[in-house]
Design a protein around this ligand. Structure first.
Ligand SMILES: *Cc1c(COP(=O)(O)O)cnc(C)c1O
Length: 360
C-alpha cells in the first residue's frame, strides 16, 4: 500500500487514522455484526453515531443552543435553492459575488426572487475580496449571502461583511472546521463535507432556530424545507448514514488534535510554507491578493501553460497528486485542507524548488 499526497480540491484528503478505523469497523461495527452501511438508520447503533456526531460538532464550533444542526443530502449546490425557498419571505436577497460558487448561488436564487449583487470581485477574476465594510444592503433583503472561502480562486473573507442587521448566510464548504468561528454572527452556515470533513453525499446546515419556519415559498418540496429535517433530527427519511459516520470520526479526530484553535495553527503553519515560497520564487506566482489569501486553497501559476502542464505531470510522478488548477482559472492549485499533513506541503515546496531549478 502506498498513499500519495492528495491536493485535490474535493473530494479531498481525509485523516489516515479515520480511514484506518473505518476499515477496521467495516465488517463488524462494534459487535453489531454488520457495517454501518448495512444497518437501519433507526437502530440504536446509528442513533448513537448521529447523536455523537452532532454533539462533537457542537463542541468543536461552540454552536449556541438556539441553532439546529442538520445533516442533509444534495450537496452544497442544493442549498443554492433551499436557502431562498426557505428564507426569502420578502423575495429579496443580497449576494456578494466572489467566485463561481457565489455566482451560481445568486443565479439559482433569481428563480425565487429579486437578487441584488451588492459587491463583486469579478473585475479582477475574483483575485480579491471586495471591501464589505459599508455595503448598499437592501432595506427589504431577507439575507446577505457570501461564499466565505472561494475554493476555485483561493480567497477567503478575513472579516465578515457588515450586513447592517440582516441575516448572514455563508457557504463554508471549503473552510469548514479549518479555524474557530463565531456561529452567532450567522443565520445559516452550511457546507458540503467533501472538502474538509468527510465523503461526498453529506451537507451540514447550521441554522438559527427562528429561521426555521413553515412559512416557505409556495411549492417548496417537503424534502427541501428545513423544518422537515429540523423536526425529525435529520431522520425524516434515510440520511446519508455512512457519510455521517465518517464525519463523526473526523470530528473526533479534530478534537483529539486540539480542536479548531489547533487546526488554525496547523493550517497557518502549512499555508505559510507554501506562500513564503511563492513570494520569493522566480518561476511560480500566487494569483491572489495577499490580504485575502485562503489557508485552504492555494492557486499558483508559472505564466506558461505548457510549463504548468509539465509541472502537474511531473508532480504526479513524484506522488503529489491533483495539483491541476480549476478549468476556469488554469495553472495549479494546492488544496491543503485539515487532513493534509505538514510534511505534504513541505514535499510540495521541495518539489517546486527542484522544478524551478530545472526549468528556469
Ligand atoms: C465544492 C463547492 C460547492 C459545490 O459543492 P457540491 O457538493 O458539489 O454541490 C459549493 N460551494 C463551494 C464553496 C464549494 O467549494
Amino acid at each position: 500500500m502506498s498513499r500519495v499526497y492528495n491536493f485535490s480540491a474535493g473530494p479531498a484528503v481525509l485523516p489516515e487514522e479515520v480511514l484506518k478505523e473505518a476499515a477496521e469497523e467495516m465488517l463488524d461495527y462494534r459487535g453489531t455484526g454488520m457495517s454501518v452501511m448495512e444497518m437501519s438508520h433507526r437502530s440504536k447503533a446509528f442513533e448513537k453515531i448521529i447523536t455523537d456526531a452532532e454533539q462533537d460538532l457542537r463542541d468543536l464550533m461552540q454552536i449556541p443552543d438556539n441553532y439546529k444542526v442538520l445533516f442533509l443530502q444534495g450537496g452544497a449546490s442544493q442549498q443554492f435553492a433551499m436557502i431562498p425557498m426557505n428564507l426569502m419571505k420578502n423575495r429579496t436577497a443580497d449576494y456578494i459575488i466572489t467566485g463561481q460558487w457565489a455566482k451560481k448561488a445568486a443565479k439559482e436564487a433569481e428563480k425565487y426572487g429579486k437578487v441584488n449583487r451588492i459587491a463583486s470581485s469579478e473585475d479582477k477574476t475574483f483575485s480579491y475580496i471586495p471591501d464589505c465594510s459599508d455595503l448598499p444592503v437592501s432595506e427589504d433583503a431577507d439575507y446577505v449571502y457570501i461564499c466565505e472561502n472561494n475554493t476555485i480562486y483561493g480567497t477567503k473573507f478575513k472579516t465578515l461583511p457588515d450586513t447592517k442587521g440582516k441575516t448572514l448566510v455563508a457557504d463554508v464548504s471549503s473552510c469548514f472546521l479549518s479555524e474557530p468561528v463565531d456561529v452567532s454572527r450567522y443565520g445559516v452556515i452550511y457546507g458540503g463535507v467533501q472538502k474538509n470533513i468527510g465523503p461526498a453525499g453529506v451537507v451540514i446546515v447550521i441554522i438559527r432556530e427562528d429561521l426555521i419556519t413553515e412559512d416557505v415559498l409556495p411549492g417548496t418540496p417537503t424534502m427541501l424545507t428545513y423544518k422537515t429535517h429540523a423536526d425529525a433530527g435529520s431522520l425524516y427519511n434515510t440520511p446519508p448514514a455512512y457519510g455521517i459516520y465518517i464525519c463523526g470520526k473526523v470530528f473526533k479526530w479534530i478534537k483529539s488534535q486540539g480542536g479548531l484553535e489547533a487546526m488554525k495553527e496547523r493550517n497557518e503553519k502549512k499555508a505559510k510554507v507554501l506562500y513564503d515560497f511563492l513570494d520569493q520564487s522566480r518561476l511560480f506566482k500566487g494569483t491572489v491578493e495577499k490580504k485575502d489569501r485562503s489557508l485552504m486553497n492555494v492557486p499558483f501559476v508559472t505564466g506558461n501553460a505548457d510549463l504548468d502542464a509539465k509541472f502537474v505531470k511531473e508532480a504526479k510522478e513524484a506522488g503529489l497528486e491533483n495539483l491541476k488548477g480549476h478549468r476556469s482559472v488554469g495553472g495549479m492549485r494546492a488544496s491543503i485542507y485539515n487532513a493534509m499533513p505538514y510534511e505534504g506541503v513541505v514535499a510540495l515546496v521541495d518539489f517546486m524548488k527542484k522544478f524551478e531549478e530545472e526549468n528556469l
